[in-house]
Design a protein around this ligand. Structure first.
Ligand code: OGA
Ligand code: NI
Length: 385
């Protein structure tokens, strides 16, 4: 980053001002915040750009009010279930075991890891390398992709809801609308375009398999979710969490639930992801070659709360960078959404189990999603009957 850039001079100014302290009077903090955020956005090189400029303190716009590492210690003796998907196509007994394991994981945790899932470890590693490579390219190369336009099929940004949220997260993102209409090859960053195309194909096949297991766990026909178009649209976020000089002051991702049908997450070996389980934050330990799967809000709605979409977050760390790839099974492009209606699945309802959510169209889901900040509240709450 050029030393004369607006962001550079601004944050230096802020670092010398008392308003930078997280517990400083809020009026002064918020008046300076806007200028700080604008300058950051105009730098177009993300958190990585700030770090490369040589800062040793976390700038105020990233400060959270409470130290997340101090407020709640994580449950050390609990862990999300690990489900073995090996041999489930040919061995009926193994399939029953996998269906049961997935079903109880989705009811109790909303999260599980999968192993023997059919995507080779070399593909996973290359995907992490490709995404890391994008974020570690020269700032000028990254800038070409920097964009806040939700409809764009490939774009680089930091903090999707930067202008709405209280504290920005210590994270940059490269986003791809990966399926059904991926960006043309020549629009994709050369450094990762081949592996993103390959990973998209493989993760979609795995997603279809997991949707089958989820359907079976609910007593529905295996193709139920696929026929509801749950595996049609894939939105892939290549997340980059730079090493953080003051990890107790900021978050990698604020506590949130995913607003989609399901998410498949590939994480590297750094760690930091936590899920909220029985009111305690539980670490999701990196397992080499595994993928993390979680239920999103729309599947919680469709299953009428049988499967749960749970809060999760990522802590900042003073080691890094941490790289992860989140594949969201849902369309996030308003211009492409269908008029299909989603609501509690009729087969799961009865007199004892009346619907707890109202029906909603994809367009309304997306409109709500983009209207709300990453404020730590659920997208589902307003849809409860
Ligand atoms: C997300 C998310 C977790 C991670 O992108 O919604 O929760 O480990 N990511 O990056
Ligand atoms: Ni998430």
């Amino acid at each position: 980053m050029a030393s004369g850039s607006p962001f550079h001079s601004l944050h230096l100014l802020n670092l010398q001002s008392p308003t930078m302290h997280p517990k400083a009077p809020s009026a002064r903090v918020s008046s300076s915040r806007k200028a700080e955020v604008i300058a950051f956005d105009e730098s177009k090189t993300g958190v990585k750009g700030i770090l490369d400029s040589g800062i040793t303190r976390v700038p105020p716009m990233f400060h959270v009010k409470e130290d997340p590492t101090a407020t709640s210690r994580s449950h050390s003796n609990l862990s999300i279930p690990v489900v073995d998907l090996g041999d489930i196509e040919k061995n009926a007994k193994r399939r029953v075991e996998a269906v049961e394991a997935v079903g109880s994981a989705c009811r109790e945790w909303g999260f599980f890891q999968v192993v023997n899932h059919g995507i080779g470890v070399e593909v996973l590693e290359e995907m992490l390398r490709g995404i890391g490579g994008f974020h570690e390219q020269d700032g000028e190369e990254r800038k070409r992709f920097y964009c806040r336009e939700n409809e764009k099929r490939v774009r680089y940004f930091s903090n999707g809801k930067l202008f709405r949220d209280m504290a920005a997260n210590w994270r940059d993102t490269i986003a791809f609308v990966a399926n059904p209409h991926p960006p043309p090859h020549h629009h994709m960053p050369p450094i990762c375009r081949d592996i993103v195309a390959e990973y998209t194909k493989k993760v979609r096949i795995l997603g279809i398999t997991i949707f089958e297991l989820l359907s079976e766990a609910l007593g529905l026909k295996p193709s139920y979710f696929k026929e509801m178009d749950c595996a049609e649209a894939l939105y892939i976020l290549g997340q980059y969490y730079p090493q953080c000089p003051e990890p107790e002051l900021t978050m990698g991702i604020t506590k949130h639930t995913d607003c989609d049908f399901m998410t498949i997450l590939l994480q590297d070996q750094i760690g930091g992801l936590q899920v909220l389980h029985e009111n305690q934050w539980v670490d999701v330990p990196p397992v080499h070659g595994a993928l993390v799967v979680n239920i999103g809000d729309i599947l919680q709605l469709m299953t009428n709360d049988r499967f749960i979409s749970v809060y999760h977050r990522v802590l900042s760390k003073n080691i890094g960078p941490r790289i992860s790839v989140a594949t969201f099974f849902m369309n996030f492009t308003i211009s492409e959404c269908t008029s299909k209606i989603y609501g509690p699945i009729k087969e799961l309802l009865s007199e004892e189990n009346p619907p707890v959510y109202r029906d909603i169209t994809m367009k309304e889901i997306l409109t709500n999603y983009y209207a709300k900040g990453l404020d730590g509240n659920s997208y589902l709450q307003p849809l409860r009957l």
